[in-house]
Design a protein around this ligand. Structure first.
Ligand SMILES: [Cu+2]
Length: 285
């Protein structure tokens, strides 16, 4: 919580100094980053809070056990305690050391299950997106927007433009509206892939013959990066996910444009095998 408030300070300063809207967010791991990526969706906020809560709980347990062991080593060693006690049972202690771990499991399980069910389904989602994993690229379909469909292939090193991150940039980013509840339906056309977006706390398997569901609501306009997180073959590292989150108005404009641009995509795209080969060759070098 405090960390999130602190993170807002530079954003506030930017607004004060520039007098303009905040710059687009750029959600990816930074060099030497030590903590999680900033949470950018309701699920991610929940997961971050849960992570912090568990960390505190675990630290308390470790300190308690360590202190207990230290006390035993000092107080009950042969020198300090030459005549050991012959006591073998203590009902009160036995009840405590059985009940306490159960209690700890309950206080871990309740918020965990709550977060799990919260992230699972959004019956009131405003739009649906179909994600398909392929060896080794992603296909995105927009069933609510005239069935726009396109492939998203990683850019090889010599195709990257200025400011584009290496091994995270793609030819066609996944364009979505920010501040909109989006349902993702995730499947695969070949092997098991995994659709993973750290800043949105999404990590869902893309499995052939099965549709997995998850939802998100990105809290800001900008670029979000993730990658396939299931070892899916030789170019597993070559299938990044780049979500470009636009305002609702800009997204509506993009839909009009995309309907023309991707009108005749799919199997007729002759450049795709070449582009894939390029991306793979870039990885091998
Ligand atoms: Cu994959």
């Amino acid at each position: 919580m405090l960390k999130r408030l602190l993170a807002l300070i530079p954003v506030g300063l930017t607004v004060l100094l520039s007098g303009q809207a905040v710059a687009d967010v750029d959600m990816r791991s930074k060099p030497w980053q030590m903590w999680l990526q900033e949470p950018m969706s309701p699920t991610a906020v929940l997961v971050h809070d849960l992570n912090l809560y568990l960390l505190i709980l675990e630290t308390a347990i470790v300190i308690f056990v360590l202190a207990l062991m230290g006390y035993i080593l000092v107080r009950f060693n042969e020198k300090n305690n030459p005549v050991p006690s012959k006591v073998t049972h203590n009902t009160f202690l036995e009840v405590i050391w059985t009940a306490l771990p159960i209690l700890i499991l309950v206080v871990v399980a309740v918020p965990s299950l709550k977060a799990l069910y919260f992230s699972d389904k959004a019956p009131d989602a405003e739009m649906t997106l179909k994600v398909s994993g392929n060896q080794w690229y992603w296909t995105y379909e927009y069933p609510d927007h005239g069935g726009i469909e396109f492939d998203s292939i990683m850019l090889a090193d010599d195709e990257i433009g200025k400011g584009q991150p290496r091994m995270l940039s793609v030819d066609n980013p996944l364009v979505l509206p920010a501040n909109t509840k989006i349902r993702f339906l995730i499947a695969s056309n070949d092997v098991i892939h995994n659709f993973a977006m750290p800043s949105l706390a999404i990590k869902v398997d893309a499995t052939p013959g099965r549709v997995n569901e998850v939802w998100t609501e990105m809290s800001a306009v900008g670029n979000y990066y993730g990658m396939c997180s299931e070892l899916c073959g030789v170019s597993h590292s070559g299938m990044p996910i780049h979500i470009k989150a636009l305002s609702k108005a800009d997204f509506a404009k993009w839909v009009v444009k995309a309907k023309e641009e991707f009108a005749d995509n799919s199997s007729t795209d002759k450049s795709q095998p070449v582009r894939l080969a390029n991306a793979s060759a870039g990885l091998m070098n």
